[in-house]
Design a protein around this ligand. Sequence first.
Ligand SMILES: [Zn+2]
Length: 225
Amino acid sequence: MLNLLFPRLCPACEMVLSQGERDLCTTCRHELPQTNYHLFHPNPVEQLFQGRIALQKATAFLKFQPNNKVQHLLHELKYHGQQSIGTCLGHWFGALLYESHFFGKIDFVIPVPISKQRHRLRGYNQVRKFAEALSLQLRSHCMTELLVKTKDVQSQVTLNANERAKILFNTFSINEDSPVNTNSRILLVDDLITTGATLESCAKTLNNAAYHHLSIAAIAITDNT
Ligand SMILES: [Zn+2]
């Protein structure tokens, strides 16, 4: 009855979900453009970070293009409170990563933090549910206490990757009270990789605190092909 009054919609295409369809419609599950980069090493995500930070492995689940379904999904996740999208994609991608043994053993999955101010405004970190689901699939732990975002960076649109990385560096810090051992195998997780500046900044902050075993996973990467 509730479904007739308030039909559940697929967050990627806005079509009404039929009974038995959860979170995403069957068409979108087939049509979402997966990168399959976890089947390759080195892959384009790893090449993007080459010479910038030392990583064990890196990958992203989906290809982001202007106006494609992935952009719509990320928009709904980030701005319209649809956190179940993060959970759904995290379980889906996590299962693929676990099956492929791409990362090997991961001790902690760490979502890129947002500032306290941003958290107050949005009410949630849009990466957290994705990170939690990934950690469950990878038989790991989601850790939100190690890395802290200390300030927001305004208007980066006109900056190039180098300039952006310089500003972003030092906007993250380490919580010294965190129980995470520096030998831990860490998977840093973000929603979208464009220039990679945010993840680079997080990784450098961790490196400076003697955390050197780092890998990266994102929901999507901007596809320029
Ligand atoms: Zn759909």
